[in-house]
Design a protein around this ligand. Structure first.
Ligand code: SAH
Length: 249
C-alpha cells in the first residue's frame, strides 16, 4: 500500500472507514490549524489502533473544533510485537523520555511499577498517555501503547500471566547475558527495569523464586534506568521482534 507523507498524522478514537466523518475536539483542531498550519481541504493521516491508517481531508476547522472526512485506507492494520515494559517511575523528564522511546521501540504496554527504592511517589498517567500518543503519531505506529495505572511491584508480579516471560535486567552480575536469555524467549514477553537505586535485596530474592522471571545482564557498565530500558527493548526487537522483518515504504 502507498505510504505518502501527509502534513500531519493523528490518533483518533473513532471508527475509521471510507466516507466516515470524524469530529475533532478543540485541542486537535488547535494543533492542526495553529501549530501545523493545516486548513480546510488539506489531507492528513489518521489511525485508531484498529482499522489501519487512512487519508482524511479537513472538512471544517475553527476555534470550536473540526470535522474530518475519511477518504481511503493507506495502510492495513498489522499485528505488532507483544512486548510489555514495566519500569519504576523516574523524575519527570526521564519518565517522559522513557515512555517516548518505549513507544518508538514498539512496546505494546507500558506498566509503571513502584518498587522499594522508587524515589518518585506520584505519577501523572494522563501526561504519559499523551506522550505515548504523540510518539505513536510521530513514529508512524498503527497503535498507541497502553499506559497502565501504576501498581506496586508485588501486585505486578502477582498478576503477571505465568506464560509470559519477564526479563528483568539487573546490574548485579547474576543475570545471564540478555541475548542468551532471548534465545529461549517466545514472542510474548515483558521487560522489568528497576529504579535509579536498583532493586532491593528482598526484591531480587522474590524475582529469583518466580518461574516466569529471567534475570538478565546488559553488559559490564551500570546504565541509567532509561538507558537500560532503551537497550533492553532494542535487544529484544533486534533478536526476536519486528526488527527482523523486511520493511517496505
Ligand atoms: N543503583 C544501582 C544501579 C541501578 S541502575 C547501583 O548504583 O548499583 C537502574 C536499573 O537499570 C537497574 O535496576 C536495572 O534494571 C537496570 N540496569 C542498569 N545497568 C544494568 C546492566 N549493566 N545490566 C542489566 N541491568 C542494568
Amino acid at each position: 500500500m502507498e505510504r505518502k507523507k501527509t502534513k500531519a498524522r493523528l490518533f483518533v478514537a473513532a471508527h475509521l472507514a471510507a466516507r466516515e466523518t470524524v469530529a475533532l475536539g478543540k485541542g486537535k483542531s488547535h494543533y492542526l490549524g495553529n501549530v501545523m498550519r493545516i486548513g480546510v481541504g488539506d489531507a492528513i493521516a489518521v489511525f485508531n489502533g484498529r482499522d489501519g491508517e487512512w487519508l482524511a481531508r479537513i472538512d471544517r476547522l475553527d476555534k470550536r473544533g473540526g470535522v474530518l472526512f475519511v477518504e481511503r485506507r493507506t495502510r492495513r492494520q498489522e499485528s505488532e510485537p507483544d512486548l510489555w515494559l514495566a519500569f519504576a517511575p523516574l523524575k519527570k523528564t526521564r519518565t517522559d523520555f522513557l515512555v517516548e522511546k518505549a513507544c518508538e521501540l514498539g512496546a505494546a504496554r507500558i506498566l509503571p511499577v513502584f518498587t522499594q527504592r522508587t524515589a518518585v511517589k506520584r505519577l501523572n498517567v494522563d501526561r504519559l498517555r499523551a506522550t505515548a500518543t504523540e510518539a505513536a503519531e510521530q513514529c508512524e505506529r498503527l497503535s498507541v501503547p497502553d499506559v497502565a495505572e501504576p501498581v506496586a511491584l508485588d501486585r505486578l508480579l502477582a498478576d503477571w500471566p505465568a506464560q509470559r516471560r519477564l526479563l528483568a535486567p539487573v546490574e548485579t552480575g547474576d543475570g545471564r547475558p540478555m541475548i542468551e536469555a532471548l534465545d529461549e524467549t517466545s514472542v510474548a514477553s515483558g521487560i522489568l527495569i528497576g529504579p535509579e537505586g536498583g532493586f532491593s535485596k528482598a526484591e531480587l530474592d522474590v524475582l529469583d523464586k518466580l518461574p516466569f522471571v529471567d534475570k538478565v545482564g546488559l553488559g559490564p557498565r551500570i546504565l541509567r534506568s532509561e538507558t537500560a530500558a532503551v537497550a533492553a527493548l532494542t535487544c529484544w526487537q533486534a533478536h526476536v521482534g519486528d526488527w527482523r522483518k523486511q520493511i517496505t515504504r
